[in-house]
Design a protein around this ligand. Sequence first.
Ligand code: GDD
Ligand code: MN
Length: 381
Amino acid sequence: MHSQIEELSSIKRKLSIIIPTYNESDNIIKLIEEINSSLLTNNIEREIIVVDDNSPDGTGFIVDEYAKRVNYTIRVLHRKGKNGLASAIIDGISIAEGENILVMDADFSHPPSLIPLMLKELEHNDLVIASRYVNGGRIVGWPLKRKLLSNLAKKIAELILKIDGIKDPLSGFFGFKKSIISMTKFDGLGYKLLLEIIIKVHNASIKEIPYTFTNRKSGASKLDITTIMDYLRSIWRLYRYGRKNSNERRGSVLFLSKASRFYTIGFSGLFVNYGLSMILASFIDHNSAMLAGISASITSNFILNKLWTFEDKNFGIKRILKQYGLYLLFSSVGAFIQFMITNLLMDRVEYEIALLISVGLASIGNFLFNKKFTFKERLWS
Ligand code: GDD
Ligand code: MN
């Protein structure tokens, strides 16, 4: 016990504990008291920030009253309405005065007794995650359905955002040095602020420590279908964020992935071309039908390449028309070259071989010319 007191008193940085609440009147005061005693009274300069979304059960005002009777800082941030867990935490952080921030739920799923250890780890780490999924961590009292959901959400994050080395990126119980997020812009969508921090903050040293998550005894979980949809949206956004900001990707990988998109789209164009020519042929003459099929496939290829292959977000009318013009030009030039080469080669090799070579050359040229001139990219990127 003594050594623990000494360790804690050596922690100089001020601590802000952020607790988001929505209808937690049965829990919140008991929780604050338990936090208080786990911090061994007054050894650490600290504040508790409760971010309440105008809870119908009066949670925010209950804390206001309680705050008057204690000798340390408890602040309540009253927000107008239920606006989401992650955004509540962000708002809490924005008024926090501590250099260390700790985030936890109000429903006793996150044991306050773990806080001293988390603070100790924060001495030599930037981010400390209380983890259900490292050795020694557990979940108690969750129905199978919720466990499966949590695992699925975790798998999605691991797969799509390529998180490895972190076992519980969806934890709601974590602490960090405020300085690590000073440059970070958050989305604050849904529940998972920690995930955003992990993706957006680079070079932070991260430590996970095990704990037992216990399902709440009082009140109800606020997780609902909106939370799940928000989760998927935030995964999507973080995925795009990661792609935009990774300049570590090698040129060769980018080049190949773009080429494969370009040809996948080219392949899809065959179906547009063939399908439309077939359908229209029963209404108009064959040549007109074919012309419509060809134009439609070139146009759909152009649109898809702009959006997907080259991820060109500039939608100015003039720019699009110019690009479309160039794209048409290169398509026709490609076709012309294909004719020429096939005919030249046919003296020497069989038609099938000549065709293969000419189609190959024309489509490689097509890709490179459109990459360089239509979409103004460097060739090797
Ligand atoms: N201010 C505010 N606004 N608070 C909210 C809101 C909101 O819209 N939604 C939830 N809260 C508060 C709750 O009052 C509670 O204190 C905390 O956020 C967590 O909400 P729960 O509804 O109890 O979440 P959970 O138990 O299903 O999930 C929690 O545990 C998971 C595992 O650690 C969350 O912390 C998840 O983020 C976490 O993954
Ligand atoms: Mn809970």
